[in-house]
Write a protein that binds this ligand. Sequence first.
Ligand code: PAF
Length: 278
Amino acid sequence: MKVFYHKNELKASKNKILAKSTGLVPTMGALHEGHIMLVKKALEDNELVLVSIFVNPTQFDSPNDLENYPKTLESDLQKLEKLKGKIWVYAPSASDLYLESIKAKPFNFGSLESTMEGANRKGHFQGVATIVQKLFEVLEPTSAYFGEKDFQQLKIVTALVEKEKIPVKIIPCPIIRHSDGLAMSSRNKLLNPKHRAMAPIIYQTLQKALALKEKYSPAQIESWIIDFFQLHPEFELEYFTIADTESLQKTSVLNGTKNRAFIAVKLGNIRLIDNIKF
Ligand code: PAF
């Protein structure tokens, strides 16, 4: 495994080996089994796998959240080192990617960003799209791997490559869960033991909502969820939305298999998201 801190060094080395296929796994570090599965899938599919580790400041809407985001480069590298295959890590400083101006580009993703994470985290997807485009330009992967836990992000990145005509294949990968159902996330590390023990309720609630789908409308299920979390005041429900998988707009009538239920809650100060096919 090689580790690069500067894009020019990585580009020069990449030009020398002329890999037929390069898979990129973009991450913000604090790697967990979900990331490792993305890297393993990329290793199966490609000659060279690039893992970027960069906590991107422009996608955070709160300086506190950015400050508290876990940064664990040493242990991340140890985890990647254990995998078999050709892995190069790119762990740049902000200036290597943003040069002088740490700013997001003003993209317009229309309805894809007007709901859920886009509506609740101002500027978040502008920041994500800006950094993902920079990573694609610098690293020139043939494909890039994104987890469905950030389903809206996956749709935004897919729209980005279409809009900007970037020749990268986007590979969606399923959500990886702990044995108690909690979706793996770097933010889980920030939960205190009491909140960690309660966090599986998020997935359990999604499952209960799914069980109601035959008898109740999306609006009725949403009000059931709101009432449920009022009885569990440790959780602050930000949204529960049943949406169309393509438009990501809230749906009032279920559309065959093209629905997904999305949830965002806060447990203490930690914001967690999850989603399931609906
Ligand atoms: O999903 C993430 O970890 C980030 O949003 C990404 C895609 C690495 C961009 O910073």
